[in-house]
Write a protein that binds this ligand. Structure first.
Ligand code: T1G
Length: 704
């Protein structure tokens, strides 16, 4: 059982002990009800304290059980809470650190609640695409008031225990302990007090018996509904949260509880909730490298050096400055160094203007940045990140210098976005210390960090980079070495399809509009105009030498030959008014595409939105499957994390691989085969990857 039972004098102490956060899985739920029965069956016990071991009171229902029958195995959480309410002896919840979701609902079923200061209190279910499903929407308004409760349930954010205890009229906490260390002793003492108070047989207080009203309910909920409708698109849960709390003010406790249950079960089945729960687990799973366990000790990183003060070098440096880690930034020319520093200052000053950064914090951070023209100044750095021009010759020069200057044990990382990290490692005598750290532009904003594992990269180097990624608030995903790693290798296929769609009859705005309606922040052509069409042009030139047999649309090359590199030249796939970013469809570009179709002998056809979306998204899926079967990514959820945190994939769809699972791999494969019959497309590419065919044959999915 993952609920321990101890007796202190005449008080039974039940301690949840299901690391890491006392998730309320079936064994924990059973442990609580067994312990409750034992306490109530022991005449020597006058009161009960319920608390949590380790770093939480309870983090809620066990998310790992959600898709299994165990989640509804009795005693369900609702049954455990009923058992608490029916206990003839008073139950005091002693809350510390975290009481979230079902964990808070459990405490609301107790007769009394005492909290340590600093505890994080939340009903975050809405972030998982659901709503509190064990009475939270009917009990929390009764102890905090309708408006505070709705704000917590609809937003899902945590609030500190002392802030809630200070709310006028609140009935959530009967006491605030002096400190987390004194919580248990104070809870036991308080339990004795309430036992004495109810020794006369007076009824124990139940949250369910408190009133739940709002003086202007109809107007308030209408206002709240309009607010939610205006801000949350694509996600059904927030409006259902509001409906459940409104029910609590309109119906009896039991009726409102029953309505909450049916709303909860309905949301559990939505694809959006499946996606959000998948993301929660996927982001945490990405931090785990199958063959790099907790026994591998990371190296210490106290100082960082960044080679190159360009846009990437400056942005990369900011991540470490923000985490309080000193950075030495190196350039070869003073004007480049000055330009880089000016960019860093501009980025910080913009945050100050928005009120997101205090002046003194900005100055503290800048004080940690040491600019230099002398490469020798990096000799003591624990981690050196190269962010120079994306050309192997330049990388070779830099890494040979780093090999000669950097101290033994320093980690030498390249920010390369496509080049072979094994080749870069071979420029040094220490390939075991070389790794890829591929940041995404803007490097101080984008959460994704692709950690590229070379054949010889040492395990402790990987452990170090994963640990430092967490420290600088990046979501790190490990990739093997291949052209484009995970993200760019897949986006290459996505972009190829975008080009073919133009040749077959679509316009850039039709393609962008379709995929943006699907949920991408930006379609491929608006994105190309933002990033710069010349970047893709250079990569295609390199690739046409290395892999001449790759078929791709020449439309992008034709565009670049006109000098239309995108926003930076005031024209690209779209036209732009001077100084503006609004993409204006371009007659010149459409004529150019039309002319190109003629040279190819293609009669343009009307292409529907669904085909556009499937060709773009399934291109990601097919290449993702090849990346998986090639061992470049260790799990499908890692690929989803890359696309969700680095490429603007709509989060409510959970990533390309989960999206394919939700459509059904049988259907995805059948569509791919249909695309393979299109004479203007790339039949070889559209052959479903062997892994997809295997999963379809076995009736399985990417994400298990
Ligand atoms: N179930 C299972 N595992 C969980 C978990 C949970 N509820 N919460 C966290 N973990 C795991 C997580 O996967 C990771 O595992 C480890 O704990 C540390 O997590 C009926 C149905 C509690 C604030 O949404 O917000 O109750 O990677 O890295 O930064 O109404 O975890 O180590 O193997 O995040 O210290 C509602 C979700 C559930 C809370 C701790 N509860 N958790 O943060 O650690 S639905 C939640 C969090 C529910 C009822 C409904 C955070 C945390 P591993 P971590 P952390």
């Amino acid at each position: 059982m993952t609920a321990e039972y101890k007796v202190q004098d005449d008080v039974a102490v039940i301690t949840l002990n299901n690391p890491p956060v006392n998730g309320l899985g079936h064994s924990t739920r059973l442990g609580i009800t067994n312990a409750l029965e034992k306490a109530n069956g022991d005449a020597a016990i006058k009161a009960i304290v319920l608390t949590g071991a380790g770093k939480a009171f309870s983090g809620g229902a066990d998310i790992r059980e959600f898709n299994s029958a165990r989640a509804t195995l009795e005693p369900t959480l609702g049954s455990v809470i009923l058992a608490l309410e029916h206990s003839p002896k008073p139950v005091v919840a002693a809350i510390h650190s975290v009481a979230m979701g079902g964990g808070l609902e459990l405490a609301l079923g107790c007769h009394y609640r005492i909290a340590a200061p600093g505890a994080k209190i939340a009903l975050p279910e809405v972030k998982l695409g659901i709503l509190p499903g064990a009475g939270g929407t009917v009990r929390l308004p009764r102890v905090l008031g309708v408006e505070t409760a709705l704000s917590m349930i609809g937003g899902g954010e945590a609030v500190n225990s002392e802030a809630l205890a200070a709310l006028p009229g609140q009935k959530l906490f009967d006491k605030l302990a002096a400190s987390p260390e004194q919580l248990l002793s104070e809870a036991v003492a308080f339990a004795k007090e309430v036992a004495a108070k109810h020794a006369d047989g007076s009824a124990l207080p139940l949250v369910r018996n408190l009133p739940c009203t709002h003086p202007n309910g109809e107007a308030y909920f209408q206002f709240a509904r309009n607010m939610v409708k205006g801000t949350v698109k694509h996600l059904p849960a927030p409006l259902k949260c509001l409906e459940a709390v409104e029910n609590a003010t309109r119906f009896s406790f039991e009726d409102a509880l029953a309505k909450e249950r049916s709303l909860f079960l309905g949301l559990m089945l939505t694809p959006e909730s499946r996606a959000l729960r998948h993301i929660f687990m996927a982001e945490r799973a990405a931090a785990k490298i199958p063959d790099v366990g907790p026994e591998i000790t990371p190296r210490e990183v106290k100082t960082v050096a960044v080679i190159g003060a360009g846009t990437m070098g400056g942005g990369i440096s900011m991540n470490f400055l923000n985490a309080g880690i000193p950075v030495t930034i190196v350039e070869t020319k003073q004007e480049a160094l000055d330009r880089g520093l000016a960019t860093v200052r501009k980025n910080y000053e913009a945050q100050i203007k928005k009120g997101k950064l205090k002046q003194e914090v900005y100055e503290q951070r800048m004080a940690l940045l040491t600019p230099t023209l002398n490469m020798d100044d990096i000799k003591d750095a624990d981690l050196v990140i190269e962010a120079v021009f994306e050309e192997m010759g330049v990388k070779e020069t830099v890494f040979k210098k780093l090999d000669a200057i950097a101290k033994p044990g320093a980690i030498l990382a390249s920010n390369t976005s496509t080049l072979d990290v094994d080749k870069i490692a071979a420029f040094t005598h220490r390939p075991q210390d070389v790794v890829g750290m591929h940041f995404f532009s803007p490097a101080n904003v984008m959460r994704l960090l692709e950690v590229v594992r070379g054949a010889k990269t040492a395990k402790d180097v990987l452990a170090t980079v994963m640990a430092i990624a967490k420290k600088i608030k990046k979501t790190a995903v490990v990739s093997g070495v291949c052209d484009g790693f995970i993200g760019n290798r897949m986006i290459e296929q996505y972009s190829r399809q975008a080009g073919f769609l133009l040749e077959e009859g679509a316009t850039p705005q039709q393609v962008d509009k379709a995929i943006e309606k699907f949920g991408f922040a930006m379609g491929p052509f608006r994105m190309a105009d933002l990033a710069g069409n010349d970047i893709g042009w250079a990569i295609r030139k390199r690739r046409s030498v290395e892999k001449p047999d790759i078929k791709y649309s020449k439309t992008a090359d034709l565009l670049c030959e006109l000098g239309r590199f995108g926003q930076k030249t005031g024209a690209g796939w779209y036209d732009y008014a001077p100084g503006k970013r609004d993409a204006i469809p371009s007659k010149l570009v459409e004529d150019m595409i039309e002319q190109h179709r003629k040279t190819l002998g293609i009669t343009p056809r009307k292409i529907g939105e669904q085909e556009i979306v499937e060709r773009l998204v399934y291109a990601l899926v097919n290449e993702g499957a090849r990346i998986l079967q090639g061992g470049i990514a260790s799990k499908a959820s890692d690929i989803d994390v890359v696309y969700l945190t680095g490429y603007g994939f709509p989060f409510w769809r959970g990533g390309p691989m989960l999206c394919a699972d939700q459509v059904g791999l049988f259907n995805v494969a059948a569509t791919m085969k249909r695309f393979a019959r299109n004479p203007h497309d790339d039949a070889r590419f559209w052959e479903p990857a062997p892994l997809i065919q295997k999963l379809v044959a076995e009736g399985r999915t990417f994400n298990g």
